[in-house]
Write a protein that binds this ligand. Sequence first.
Ligand SMILES: NC(=O)c1ccc[n+]([C@@H]2O[C@H](COP(=O)([O-])OP(=O)(O)OC[C@H]3O[C@@H](n4cnc5c(N)ncnc54)[C@H](O)[C@@H]3O)[C@@H](O)[C@H]2O)c1
Ligand SMILES: [Zn+2]
Length: 353
Amino acid sequence: MNRIRIEAGAPYDVLVGDGLLGEAGARMKELLPPCRAVLVTDSNVAPLYAAGVEASMTEAGFTVTRYVFPAGEASKTMETLTGILTALASTGLTRSDLVVALGGGVTGDMAGLAAALYLRGVRYVQLPTTLLAAVDSSVGGKTAIDFAGRKNLVGAFYQPGLVLCDPGTFQTLSPEIIRDGLSESIKYGVICDEALFARFESDPAPDMTEIVTRCVEIKGDIVAQDEHDTGLRQLLNFGHTPGHAIEACSHYGISHGHAVAIGMLLMARAATAAGICKDDTARRLETVLRKTGLPTVAPYAPAQLAAAALADKKRRGGSITLVVPKQMGACVLHTVPVAELERFFASGMEVRA
Ligand SMILES: NC(=O)c1ccc[n+]([C@@H]2O[C@H](COP(=O)([O-])OP(=O)(O)OC[C@H]3O[C@@H](n4cnc5c(N)ncnc54)[C@H](O)[C@@H]3O)[C@@H](O)[C@H]2O)c1
Ligand SMILES: [Zn+2]
């Protein structure tokens, strides 16, 4: 088992290792004395893992109530948030009690927001069960629901007290959902760790505990320096400006990780064309994405992608800040005037032999 310390406002540990779900109760007891807890999970994860977590928590002395919502992004709403808050209230949860999020990013984001709001903040523990939640959403304290037709519009920065990741849970994920998480994991390599990227190049089945651990270390380092996302944390958005545009153009038919894969390659190629990237990052990235089964070609025109990107919330004034590789393992921020975004995207989309 690996332990990573996240030095956010209130520091906390992320533990990564097979079998951790079965030790959940004992691990939580190291954080706080046994208390009441509401276990928030979705309708897919509940039948697979909820009983095991509850048994482990009960054995450790916790009194657990389960709250299950219908699986999927469509549930990431005010209604579900209200349902979770109602469950916390009717259980009589106090400030010394606990919220536990068992599931993917949808569960973690909503349970985290409910924990931030209820009594102005109760402790919560993340038990991520998707690769994406393990390497991305469960660490860093961003919580949210979708609102007014926009993703993650209403939320809070609120750090968990503990994250327990059991990569054994990834065995029940569909290949597509695994690939979504692999795309974000490959992203960390391109942003700041060539050795991590090289593992995806050389190892046909990289060890998930090692991959998650390294990605969490990287995200933790970045979050520690920029908890509230005003600078460095933007690096984590590598591939995301075109990626979000692709998701939007597809009406969310193309999943996040798949769209980010296309977006990363587009940015690497555009950075190469602009002379910012001087090595063969784009070629290496394309090879790894193909090998992983991730898409590499945007099925939309540069003008469509630019229009969608400019409608996105991250735009500031007359320019847009993009994340581009300088070389493999070293990304930088690069500001482009809004009027040039379409051309920049186009330069990353030219078909190369
Ligand atoms: N907070 C952040 O910093 C952050 C970062 C990235 C993404 N996100 C959010 O995360 C969400 C996407 O996360 P996700 O892909 O984990 O979505 P998700 O929670 O919907 O999980 C994907 C699917 O896998 C199922 N599932 C989860 N674990 C399983 C398991 N072990 N076995 C079988 N099925 C399982 C779920 O029921 C769901 O159907 C988005 O809402 C996104 O906005 C947040
Ligand atoms: Zn992402």
